[in-house]
Design a protein around this ligand. Sequence first.
Ligand code: 13P
Length: 252
Amino acid sequence: MRKKIIAGNWKMYCGDPAKAAALAKGVIESCACQNRVEVAVCPPATALAAVVETCRGSSVRVGAQNLYPKDEGAFTGEISAAFIKALGGSLAILGHSERRTYFKEADDFINLKVKAALAHGLTPILCVGETEKEREDGVTEKVVETQLRGGLAGLSADEIGQIVIAYEPVWAIGTGKNATPADAQAVHAFIRKLLGSLASADVAELIRIQYGGSMKPENAAELLAQQDIDGGLIGGASLKAESFAAIIQAAL
Ligand code: 13P
């Protein structure tokens, strides 16, 4: 039985440490007194320390939204997995479509990030998903397969087993349009089958595959009821403790 994982991607919002700590406190108060669903929040790097401090002693995990795949060096503006770990972070969102689109991140670079995260004991949340054009062209599975094969290249079955996958159709992110539960389920089932061949049937059965893209209290229960949807990666609706808590409730 896979434990569902609901993670908030705060994106470039709530970067003020005091405001971020207040939101994290709200999340803890409204949803952390249960252990049936894993809960995580991923604030901007500027608020990571404050949110880690706020979440200390609670079951809410804290993660980063990105990392650079070297431990340290002359990489102006970047943050390493080692730094995130030292700060108390325990996961990292990698390969988000916004990073693929705006910062031209390619699968081989994302693969290095996944490896760096694993090397430092961070749980990677590896994001994959097709654009609207790709869906219309009928190449969703091909796109997702390329992203998964690229992002997971060179990893052992055991390492793949430590990763969380987030299926985020790009056309559903921040648009209010979500994939229908049946469409999302079909891609999740495809991903699990592919993980079976990239790792093993046992590992594929254990891996959590989150859905992301306009998940909100109104649609969460139906999406999360699908057989292969094991949680959510939430953008907009994670910025208010009440709506985030309602999604966690839907996962219970
Ligand atoms: P929204 O929930 O705002 O659509 O964002 C989804 C997302 O990109 C999470 O990583």
